[in-house]
Structures are given as C-alpha cells and as structure tokens.
Design a protein around this ligand. Structure first.
Ligand SMILES: NC(=O)c1ccc[n+]([C@@H]2O[C@H](COP(=O)([O-])OP(=O)(O)OC[C@H]3O[C@@H](n4cnc5c(N)ncnc54)[C@H](O)[C@@H]3O)[C@@H](O)[C@H]2O)c1
Length: 354
C-alpha cells in the first residue's frame, strides 16, 4: 500500500461536481490519508482543480495516476459509463477503490468490477453517501429497533434542480434519471427494508425539458416506480430532474404500528414571515450542501476500511443490486409493463401476462 508517513496516498479521478467534494475532503484532511494527485481528462478542469486544491500533481490520463506509486487509493468520479474501465484498471494496479454511484451501466459491468477488486485484494466501496447521513442513519437504527413495527412500505424521492447534460437525454446510454438521481432511493429502500426488490413497474414522462422531446422521445424528466420486495414489502420511488426550485430527498417508512419521515427540504431551518411574502422557508439548493457531512463520513470510512482491512459498509453487491433495479425500471418504462428484476441483465423480462 502506498503510505507516506503512514498515510494512504489518494488520487481523485474526475474533478467535476461530485469529484471536487471528495477532493476537498481529502485536501482538507481525512485522518490516515493524504491527497497526492488529481486526475481529469479535461485540461482546464484539471488546472482549476489543482489551483483550488493546491495539489502539485495532476494527470490528464487516469492511467498515469494509476502508475504513480504514491497513490494507494482512488476515488472514481467520472461519468458513469467510464466507471467499469477505470475501476478494473485501478484494481489491477493494486489501488483501493471508492467508486461513485451508479456503480456501472449494467450488472455484467458490475461483476467485472467486483471480480477485479476481489482478485487484487483491494477494497471496493460504492458512493451511497446517504448511508452516512446522520438523519438517515438514526432513522434506520430506530426502524431496526422496531419503533414503527414491521416495515410495510418505503416511499423515497429525489428531485434535483439541474437541467440535464446532453448525454443524459439518451436513456439507453445514460440509464436516465432512474440511475442518476434514484440510485440513492433504490439503495435506501433496500437498506431500510433489508430485502431485495424483485419486480418494478415504472412510468416516465418529459414535462420540463421540451428541448429534448424531438431528438430523445424516450427521455423522461419525471419517473414514478412501484416496487415489490422479495418478502412482500412495498416500495414507491419517484424521481425528477430539472425542477429548478432546489434539491429534495425524503423518505417515508410506514410500519405495522407507525410511520417515520426522513430528510429535509429547508435551508438552515430558518423560516421568515413578512406581510409582503408570507411565510418563506428557503429550499436546500443542492445535494452538495445537504449531504456535505455524509460525504466526509463516507471518505473517512473508506480510509478506515482500508487501514483496518475490513469490508466496505457499502460494497460492490449494493452497487450491483441498484444497477439491476435501474435497468429493470428503464425496461418497464420502455415496455410499458411490470418487469422482474433479474440480477442477470440478459434475462430481465416483462412479467408474464402483463
Ligand atoms: N453521490 C452523489 O450524490 C453524486 C452526486 C453527483 C454525481 N454523482 C456521480 O458522480 C459521477 C460524476 O458526476 P458529476 O456530476 O460530478 O459529473 P461532472 O460532469 O461534473 O464531472 C465529471 C468529470 O470527469 C471528467 N472526466 C471525463 N472523462 C474522464 C476520464 N477519462 N478521465 C478522467 N476524468 C474524466 C470530466 O472532465 C469532468 O470534470 C457520476 O457517476 C454521477 O452519477 C454522484
């Protein structure tokens, strides 16, 4: 393992929106680790990242970062379609891996990544940072202690403010908003129920992105998905992009003897009242602020897992199961019918008789 004064050398690959959050964490200091390099194929982004992070070493080719002997671990935050290639290369180079969600494009890719990390004996962690968020963790603990009885239904939503980038409109290439925003909801639903999703029925529609309608008729900016779990529990996930007003991620867990609500919308909990505007409660603008501490805890735990040689709290199997559900959801939208979630993507199929 690459250690400097007993610290693990980290390189963040992909210095975009999410990459810079991880990179700032490691630059500011994660105990037991040190940011030694940053990699981004886009020269101006790399330059700006190096300037902001005050890190000497920058690589335009991720392969050069993997050849750097000071790098013991990488955080992979490139567009999703590149995750498989870079994770497999990193594992083969003996680097521990924290890979952002969605893990990959399909289950076959996930399997390659899991196998490569297992063969190399390196940690593979997936970036479901809600599992490190204080409110989500506290709620999960209380549900597990039986405070609301047995879980019956999990509702989870994520609504994001941004207008999608062009690559996201082709859902066959991007896996669409189900992958980009709802991967988190799928993972949280599995986490809270302790059960796997076996069947989904999803509908999608494009309500806010008229610019994409003609060229990408399958693109949806709003999705609603009903889920059946293997033990009979029920789930409902909804996702939206391009909402404009802010970032919203909430869960409602209904049990046999109660209900629990998780997540917040308000910025800093300040409510202002005035005669002109009435009651005004600012919306959280971005996941970047809402989950800042969760990202820090996630990065800390990644380093601890490596140092203590224990399995990641959120591993390859979690990433893989979420990808299987995303793929089934997109099939359901395109086929307009319920789809069984089959961990083998070539066999995911409509429910007979539907
Ligand atoms: N956990 C979360 O909540 C969360 C939030 C946002 C994004 N993400 C995930 O993080 C990943 C990146 O998303 P983003 O919004 O930061 O994207 P982004 O477009 O802002 O950043 C991606 C960066 O990767 C760089 N890049 C592209 N190809 C590369 C290559 N071959 N080598 C090195 N760098 C390369 C780009 O130049 C860009 O700077 C996606 O998988 C996304 O789903 C996760």
């Amino acid at each position: 393992m690459a250690l400097d004064n007993d610290r693990i050398g980290v390189c963040v690959i992909g210095a975009g929106r999410a990459g810079m959050i991880h990179a700032r964490n490691f630059a500011r200091g994660v105990q037991g680790a040190r940011l030694v390099a940053i990699a981004d194929s886009h020269a101006p982004s790399l330059l700006e990242a190096r300037r902001q992070l005050e890190v000497q070493t920058g690589y335009q080719r991720y392969q050069d970062a993997l050849a750097d002997s000071r790098v013991g671990a990488v955080v992979i935050v490139t567009p999703t379609s590149l995750h498989r290639e870079i994770v497999v290369a990193a594992a083969r180079a003996g680097k521990h891996v924290l890979c952002e969600k969605p893990m990959a494009m399909d289950v076959a890719e996930c399997d390659e990544m899991i196998d490569a990390c297992r063969a190399a004996g390196v940690t593979l962690q997936i970036g479901f940072m809600r599992r490190y968020d204080e409110s989500f963790c506290a709620a999960r603990e209380r549900v597990a202690c039986g405070e609301i009885g047995d879980v019956v239904l999990v509702k989870s939503l994520t609504h994001g403010p941004s207008v999608p980038q062009e690559w996201m409109y082709d859902i066959r290439k991007s896996n669409g908003p189900l992958a980009e925003v709802n991967s988190h909801d799928i993972d949280s639903a599995r986490w809270f129920t302790g059960s796997e999703i076996t069947e989904v029925y999803a509908i999608g529609g494009n309500f806010r992105c008229p610019q994409a309608r003609e060229k990408y008729p399958d693109f949806y900016d709003n999705v609603s998905m009903v889920c059946r779990f293997e033990d009979g529990k029920q789930g409902f996930i909804d996702g939206a992009v391009s909402v404009g007003y802010g970032y919203d991620s909430r869960m409602e867990i209904m049990g046999t003897s109660g209900v629990m609500f998780v997540g917040r919308r308000e910025q800093d909990f300040v409510v202002a009242c005035s005669t002109s505007a009435g009651i005004v409660q600012p919306f959280v603008k971005s996941w970047r602020t809402l989950f800042l501490h969760a990202y820090e805890a996630e990065d800390r735990d990644f380093v601890s897992c490596i140092r203590e040689q224990r399995p990641a709290r959120v591993g390859g199997r979690d990433g893989r199961m979420a990808v299987a559900v995303v793929n089934a959801g997109n099939r359901s939208i395109l086929q307009r019918s319920p789809v069984r979630v089959d961990p083998d993507p070539s066999r995911a199929r409509p429910v007979p008789g539907a």
